[in-house]
Design a protein around this ligand. Structure first.
Ligand SMILES: Nc1nc2c(c(=O)[nH]1)N[C@H]1C(S)=C(S)[C@@H](COP(=O)(O)OP(=O)(O)OC[C@H]3O[C@@H](n4cnc5c(N)ncnc54)[C@H](O)[C@@H]3O)O[C@H]1N2
Ligand code: MOO
Length: 396
């Protein structure tokens, strides 16, 4: 398999995810945040459902002064209004049929004999039936991300539950005999930095987690343990993220384990720096293994490069286009490879390289906002607009 470009690897991974997208499920609104619409969201009725006052004031008909002859509060049904009458209305209340104008409270006076005088503003002060949506209108297409605002819109138009594709469930398996999980590392040891980091990044990218596997590890570097724990994780996970062992060194067992599990590579290394040994393999039953390199920053590069497109595909979403940022300083390319360079967006709105960007380091990532994409064969200069891959929650 020849090494794909970073862009091609993302597209291939997204397409593989889309081909294995998760089956739809009906979910109560309270449970549906961060899922994806499986069907278009349509209005179950017009919005607003009745002519609705946008102000506190007096509905009037005919010429004034008007005789105050009632009140409508939000939630009540309104009586008809006759010429010469004024009916006090609250914001959100139904506008009495026959209303010609609504005069705001602050633009009106009511005398001791309940006579209302005042002047209406030129623009109507109420919202007509169906102004926001007609009954049955499509509000959002299938494949749209379900955000808190989408939940609010669904509720506003009458839905109690919606058809969504659930979040793919991701397990995280941390491999490495050198890893310690507490205290400062002793000579020869490395503190596991991925266990505390990867599940939280996955959650922020819209993956669900699997109890007992968020993370599981450190797991010993043997072929048998790789095969056994990947199998166990697949009982509940749609995506199994492994860390380390992506090369073919003396203690790297991931490839052999994937062969034993009958996996097919979607991507097996990518022309990107850092993080090139990242891989995605498909397993029978529409599940995937994402091999994240052991170097901690490279593992995050693999998450944002391939696992995010995989989650998008399995969720039935299109591959999200990347926004662009303007560079505040020059950033060198990495020859024929795409360079994902850590940047911090500063107070001037421009992106500057962080320090400490070695692939084994995390200081740059912890102080940065994401990666800019320097395309193969190019270098970028201050002032250039370049694509930006955010790492949510990366920096304050
Ligand atoms: N002969 C070559 N060796 C290496 C090459 C190469 O091209 N030729 N590429 C290097 C690159 S680039 C990367 S990235 C790594 C990928 O290594 P693996 O995915 O096989 O991972 P490991 O060997 O297990 O570990 C690499 C490195 O990361 C540290 N590590 C691993 N897990 C964790 C963790 N959970 N928390 C913190 N640090 C972790 C590990 O101790 C190693 O230092 O391969 C290079 N080698
Ligand atoms: O792929 Mo490695 O990321 O350069 O440390």
């Amino acid at each position: 398999m020849s090494t794909p470009t970073w862009d091609a690897a993302r597209e291939n991974t997204h397409a593989a995810g889309l081909a294995a997208k998760l089956p739809p499920a009906r979910m109560k609104l309270a449970d549906a945040d961060a899922t994806t619409l499986a069907e278009p969201l349509t209005a179950l009725g017009p919005l607003p459902a009745f002519p609705t006052s946008s102000v506190d004031g007096y509905a009037v008909a005919g010429g004034g002064p008007w005789r105050l002859s009632g009140q409508v509060l939000a939630g009540q049904t309104a009586p008809n209004i006759q010429a010469g009458q004024a009916i006090e209305v609250a914001t959100g209340a139904m506008v009495p049929p026959g209303t010609e104008a609504i005069i705001r409270t602050e633009n009106s006076t009511v005398d001791a004999d309940d006579r209302v005088t005042g002047e209406a503003r030129p623009k109507p002060e109420w919202r007509e039936i169906g102004e926001e949506t007609a009954d049955g209108e499509e509000l959002l297409p299938a494949g749209a991300a379900v955000t808190p605002a989408v939940l609010g819109l669904a509720a506003a138009t009458g839905h109690d539950a919606i058809d969504v594709r659930p979040k793919p469930r991701a397990a995280v398996l941390v491999f490495g005999d050198e890893l310690a999980t507490t205290g400062a590392p002793r000579p020869g040891q490395v503190r596991d930095a991925l266990g505390p980091m990867v599940p939280n990044i996955l959650r922020r990218f819209g993956a669900g987690t699997v109890p007992g596997f968020s993370p599981r590890g450190p797991i010993e570097d043997t072929l048998e343990s790789h095969i056994a724990v990947i199998r166990a994780a697949l009982d509940d996970a749609d995506i199994v993220c492994t860390t380390g062992g992506t090369m073919r060194g003396p203690r790297d067992h991931l490839h052999a384990a994937l062969d034993a599990l009958d996996a097919k590579y979607i991507v097996d290394s990518v022309a990107v720096r850092p993080g090139f040994p990242m891989l995605i393999a498909a397993l029978p039953g529409g599940r995937f293994v994402a091999g994240l390199p052991g170097n901690p920053q490279s593992a995050v590069v693999a998450l944002v490069s391939l696992v995010v497109p995989l989650i998008d595909g399995m969720s039935g979403r299109s591959l999200a286009p990347l926004s662009k940022v303007t560079l505040g300083a020059d950033i060198a390319g990495r020859g024929d490879d795409t360079h994902l360079a850590l940047v911090r967006i500063d107070h001037d709105g421009l992106a500057y390289p962080t320090g400490h960007t070695g692939s084994s380091m995390l200081r740059g990532l912890a102080g940065g906002h994401g990666f800019v994409v320097i395309d193969p064969g190019t270098s970028a200069s201050a002032g250039d607009r370049v694509r930006f891959v955010p790492v949510p929650g990366a920096a304050a």
